[in-house]
Design a protein around this ligand. Structure first.
Ligand SMILES: [Zn+2]
Length: 494
């Protein structure tokens, strides 16, 4: 019966459309984590502090050149001592009430004993070092990079965004809370490494010291995501991204050794040719994509995303292929869904008429949480499938991707509640940070590790990080202080 047939097909189609739409509506309404409802903003002390004084403190700390250079021989470590002397003058109450320790020569730990020693401590971290200012761009700065100029409503210079601002705001928050007579219930620790920008040892030494004390942390906050206003494709309004994990890091050195010789009588396979083919095979066989690390992000962003995006993510059973194709077409979203492969060095040959006996290349990999270094090496071996190509880790820096911190923890909810309180109308979502932070070292003593800086970033601000005219507004710094005043109280209780 053709007419019955048509009706049945139409009914199935209608059912499918309804199913897809209902899933979409439920998806964008589903709270990612039940936000803390127990305590409203007004339940927390917000002690007075002088915003201009805080700005001056940041300015003074910017003027101290605690630079981490690629070549450590260029570092002038005495600046760290100088900076720490300044902290002593700026924050007398912190230095009086908190126990101060120095580890790894220049990294700082401040411990503020809580009223309930049974509870696990919470830790707030940031780093004291900054990257250099590129000498070629010095003439492009409105104010010199280490002037710490306060002008036009901003504090200018290296470290104002990355990330002496977070050091200063944490100190200001603790100092003002101490002056107001507040004592946290949980112990609160401030920890400031000194070599984050060069993947250094500071944070490792801090963790080792806390481990010696037998400590396990309830929660940790480090630098990381901010509140993006524009710049996230398709997202309207302000979106706060909270880093819940970090990609791993691995560089492999590839070598091919062949018989050298004269270029007048080449064999049909050369070291350069074989290595080139190996690298090409790697590039044309990317790691498989995985949506598991971005699902939570898109769900959190759903209220601010276009309907088509909500529809697609709510119905991955149907649109997975399309979503992956879409995310793969942009380098940043592609890096969020797979382990990336980046050939960064290629070397061979010394003279135009000599066949080199050796060709060498370095490829940098950033591993998605869930993929181990060993698994990545297996993929590489299988794809290259040529025993003449040898590879080994390039000495020094390599680390596994971190575990992914939970988004249903009390500390995540309190952080999100704090964000929504201070930045009304902002959507919050978890994400995996693409760059490295000191936080990755802390997983041995903490499960609830979050990376967030309470600051609104316009697309143009992101270019200032490690770039020209790095600056933060006096108002934004003041908001950071108030934010940390409250988050310290929220985390100390929950
Ligand atoms: Zn940083």
């Amino acid at each position: 019966m053709p007419i019955t047939y048509v009706i049945i097909v139409l009914a199935i189609l209608l059912f499918l459309v309804a199913f897809i739409l209902i899933r979409t509506v439920l998806y964008s309404r589903a709270p990612l984590s039940s936000l803390a409802t127990g305590s409203a903003d007004e339940d927390f002390a917000s002690p007075e502090f002088d915003a201009l004084e805080a700005a001056k403190h940041l300015s003074e700390s910017v003027q101290v050149k605690t630079i981490s250079h690629e070549d450590p021989a260029e570092d002038s470590k005495e600046y760290f001592n100088l900076l720490q002397q300044e902290f002593e003058v700026m924050y007398p109450h912190v230095h009086q009430v908190m126990q101060k320790e120095i580890v790894g020569d220049y990294s700082l730990i401040f411990t503020w004993p809580g009223s309930n020693p049974e509870l696990e401590p919470v830790l707030f971290t940031s780093h004291q070092d900054v990257v250099p200012a590129d000498p070629d761009t010095l003439d492009q700065w409105t104010y010199p990079p280490f002037s710490g100029e306060i002008a036009e409503g901003f504090i200018w210079g290296r470290g104002t965004l990355d990330i002496k601002s977070q050091v200063i705001a944490l100190f200001e928050a603790a100092e003002s809370l101490i002056i107001s007579g507040y004592t946290p219930e949980r112990t609160v620790i401030l920890a400031f490494g000194h070599d984050e920008e060069v993947f250094g040892v500071g944070a490792k030494k801090i963790v080792a010291r806390l481990q010696e004390k037998g400590m396990h942390l309830h929660a940790l906050l480090d630098e990381g995501g901010t509140i993006y206003n524009g710049g996230l494709p398709g997202i309207a309004g302000q979106a706060a991204l909270i880093g819940i994990g970090e990609k791993g890091y691995l560089s492999l050195r590839f070598t091919v050794e062949m018989e050298g010789g004269h270029s007048s009588t080449p064999s049909n396979e050369t070291a350069i040719g074989i290595l080139s083919q190996a690298i090409t095979r790697l590039e044309t066989h990317p790691f498989p994509p995985s949506l598991h690390t971005v699902k939570g992000m898109f769900q959190g962003l759903a209220p601010a995303s276009p309907f088509s995006m909500q529809l697609a993510f709510a119905n991955l059973w149907l649109f997975k292929g399309m979503v992956i194709r879409q995310l793969s077409s942009n380098v940043e979203t592609d890096a969020a869904i797979r382990t990336t492969i980046a050939p960064t060095i290629f070397r061979s040959g010394v003279k135009d008429n000599i066949l080199p006996a050796k060709a060498e290349a370095v490829v940098n990999f950033r591993l998605l949480p869930g993929m181990s270094i060993a698994e990545a090496c297996n993929h590489v071996r299988e794809v290259i499938h040529d025993e003449r190509v040898h590879f080994e880790p390039l000495g020094g820096n390599a680390w596994e991707a971190t575990p992914v911190s939970p988004t249903d923890s009390a500390s995540y909810s309190e952080l999100a509640a704090c964000i929504i309180g201070f930045f009304p109308g902002t959507v919050t979502a978890p994400y995996i940070t693409l760059g490295g932070t000191d936080a990755r070292n802390y997983y041995v003593i903490c499960d609830n590790i979050y990376r967030f800086t309470p600051l609104i970033s316009l697309p143009e601000d992101l270019k200032r990080v490690h770039g020209v005219d790095e600056r933060i507004s006096i108002d934004a710094l003041a908001t950071m202080v108030k934010f940390f005043q409250q988050l310290m109280q929220r985390w100390s209780l929950n």
